[in-house]
Ligand binder design. Structure first.
Ligand code: GLU
Length: 293
């Protein structure tokens, strides 16, 4: 798949305000910042707050404060120079609806009223664990019909993946990545019955409309990247380039999670740890990801 080759580098940091950010987030965003600066490009800050059951304004404020403390600076986003640039997903619903309509008219999505478990999976942030079961094909409609309807209504909508299609891309760190639709991941939710787009859809619409040329994110989102590439393909949009960072583990080899906040930036800062010393720590430098050249 052809990825973006544009002159002006535009990266983004896109945290979800569902808890305090930890050192793993800081490292991913630090790498995003380094890559943007190295290319003399710009960095956009986006607040990914569409999962309203889990996101809280106090975490949105905290994430900006904690990232600034850590040394992350962004050029565009919610708090720059008092200018209100609404890179806040919950304020962009009309834009996502337009894209829902486009996907509907293309006949690539279908209403999917099935299973509470599927809905819960779609509501979970991808960082909790990308373990969504492959959606059983017998639950698909036999034919996706495109009638005149006024909107998604109160049901989930799924993107029908082309079974067996190989989604290939060259990751800027990992090299060639290949995932098979229908085997490595199945039909995924693009619109939720609570009236909000899914993470996969909102991210694609935002990265496209914000002209993002490279997405730096954790390796746990590789499957999401493959799903998102299928959306770009369906919409006939040029996808960005991708750089997937290795996951940050604590001293016991455990992956960091927001619910375990011992390495949250907030806690570390409270203990008087400096950002400089964190950036020099073994775990931060680990896997050699910080030498990003
Ligand atoms: N907002 C998402 C998260 O914090 C990740 C965004 C992305 O890199 O696409 O899990």
């Amino acid at each position: 798949m052809l990825l973006q080759q544009r002159d002006l580098y535009r990266g983004r940091i896109a945290p979800t305000p569902s808890g305090y950010l930890h050192l793993g987030h800081a490292r991913t965003f630090w790498i995003a910042q380094k890559r943007a600066r190295k290319s003399q490009g710009s960095l956009v800050f986006r607040n990914e707050d569409i999962d309203h059951a889990r996101c809280k304004p106090k975490y949105a404020d905290a994430m900006m404060e904690d990232l600034r403390w850590f040394g992350i600076e962004w050029d565009e986003g919610p708090d720059i120079g008092g200018a209100h640039i609404p890179y806040i997903q919950s304020q962009r619903i009309p834009l996502y609806l337009k894209v829902w309509e486009k996907l509907y008219n293309l006949g690539v999505i279908y209403p999917s009223p099935h299973s509470r478990k599927d809905v819960l999976n779609a509501l979970s942030a991808p960082h909790i664990g990308d373990t969504e079961p492959i959606y059983p094909s017998h639950l698909r409609p036999t034919k996706i019909s495109v009638k005149s309807i006024s909107g998604p209504g109160k049901t989930n909508w799924r993107f029908q993946v082309p079974d067996g299609k190989s989604v290939n891309f060259i990751d800027c760190r990992m090299g060639e990545v290949k995932l098979i639709a229908g085997k490595d991941f199945g039909d995924f939710i693009v619109w939720r019955k609570d009236g909000f787009p899914s993470y996969e859809m909102a991210v694609v619409v935002d990265d496209q409309s914000m002209h993002i040329t490279e997405v730096v994110r954790g390796e746990d989102l590789l499957t999401s990247t493959a799903r998102q590439l299928l959306l770009y393909d369906a919409l006939n949009w040029l996808p960005p380039a991708y750089y997937h960072c290795p996951l940050f583990c604590d001293d016991n080899g455990e992956r960091l999670a927001k619910r375990n906040d011992s390495l949250s930036l907030r806690k570390l800062r409270g203990k008087g740890v400096t950002p400089e010393s964190l950036r020099k720590s073994r775990n931060f430098i680990g896997s050699n990801v910080c030498s990003i050249d």
